[in-house]
Design a protein around this ligand. Sequence first.
Ligand SMILES: Cc1cc2nc3c(=O)[nH]c(=O)nc-3n(C[C@H](O)[C@H](O)[C@H](O)COP(=O)(O)OP(=O)(O)OC[C@H]3O[C@@H](n4cnc5c(N)ncnc54)[C@H](O)[C@@H]3O)c2cc1C
Length: 414
Amino acid sequence: MRKILVVGAGQSGLQLALGLQSQGYEVTLMTNRTADEVRSGRVMSTQCMFHTALQHERDLGLNFWESQAPRIEGVGVSVAGPDSGRVIDWVGRLDGYAQSVDQRVKMAGWMETFAGRGGQLVVHGAAVSDLDYFSRTYDLVLVSAGKGELVSMFERDASRSPYDAPQRALAVAYVHGLGPRPEHPEFDAVRCNLVPGVGELFVMPTLTTSGRADILFWEGVPGGPLDVFQGIKDPREHLAVTLDLLKKFLPWEYARATKAELTDAAGTLAGRYAPTVRKPVGRLPGGGLVLGVADVVVANDPITGQGSNSASKCAASYLASIVAHGDRPFDEAWMQATFDRYWETARHVTKWTNAMLAPPPEHVLTLLGAAGGLQPVADRFANGFNDPADFEAFFYDAALTEAYLAEVAAPAGA
Ligand SMILES: Cc1cc2nc3c(=O)[nH]c(=O)nc-3n(C[C@H](O)[C@H](O)[C@H](O)COP(=O)(O)OP(=O)(O)OC[C@H]3O[C@@H](n4cnc5c(N)ncnc54)[C@H](O)[C@@H]3O)c2cc1C
């Protein structure tokens, strides 16, 4: 039986470990926190996942919270005007629903499932020196430790990383008591509110440790008026600042947030990181090789809500590559080819996310504006969150955008 070590029990590491376990591999999962520590710890993400990524979980029988988590059936986009009104406001419908299950719930549950099925779960914060030893005792070592210190083993790929500094300051608050969206309250949607030059607010329903809740997630341009969360230690102050900024920049969201209360004292998060693509093969001081997974190798800014989706897609792709390789050695060429296969999907996510971090060009503003009057455009944009490769057809190039809008606007049969 082939022995595989997975380091890091997040979306990608757990999905891979559970997938490999079900295929009969001897899997060790090493991670730095117990399931109980994860469950009672701080929120880590907003983790909205779209259809394709959720389907990978279903395929492995891991969709334990699907019936309890809110079904997110649309993506709304609003753009704030100079007078704090909305100059753009529409909702696109998703072909398949999205869901957000608090990673504290999901990762803790999956860890227990892995151990319950006989998997070896080792609670230990791995250092590079540990991996040196393990690379000799396992057939394959996968590093799925997110954006932590172990990324230092993987060289930054400058050709695929246009930014070398964080592009947004992130501030998350999980709340109960948020009122319904005034527009189409009959279905749940993620709301993306863009405040030009200042940042974005994302609002989405989630399933957290205390049941259904909503997340208020500010992404602030560094140094701007939203970049004020860094020194805040008190979660109540974090929420108060979140709400003050809503009142100032997005009064329509503030109107439904006046009764919002934190879900729990660990329901806030603030931070920032530079979006970075890395070389997939990590070289250990003793000569061993390890393969980077998901955020370790491709960490995009959460502005497009893609990281957990990508982690799921990466885990599914790596699982297929591992199984297809049979008993042959997991050498450097195989590691590179495994990443290259995943990059075919991931490159679209990185391109779109990096584009969304920059000020929008004129044709993108035209596209977003047109979606207000052309429902097929709103729907297509929304479904791009599930498959960002589709943006190649109508988003990046002004001529393609123009041709697409003309095609949608043309009367049927013209
Ligand atoms: C504010 C915010 C909002 C987000 N919103 C979304 C969203 O709406 N949709 C979406 O798809 N994505 C979103 N993301 C991104 C998403 O959360 C991540 O991309 C995703 O969790 C990455 O999965 P991963 O498996 O690569 O790593 P992680 O989920 O980060 O898991 C890494 C694991 O490794 C463990 N670990 C770390 N170091 C070590 C070590 N040395 N030894 C052992 N274990 C270690 C950690 O404890 C953790 O369990 C968001 C991220 C942030 C910060």
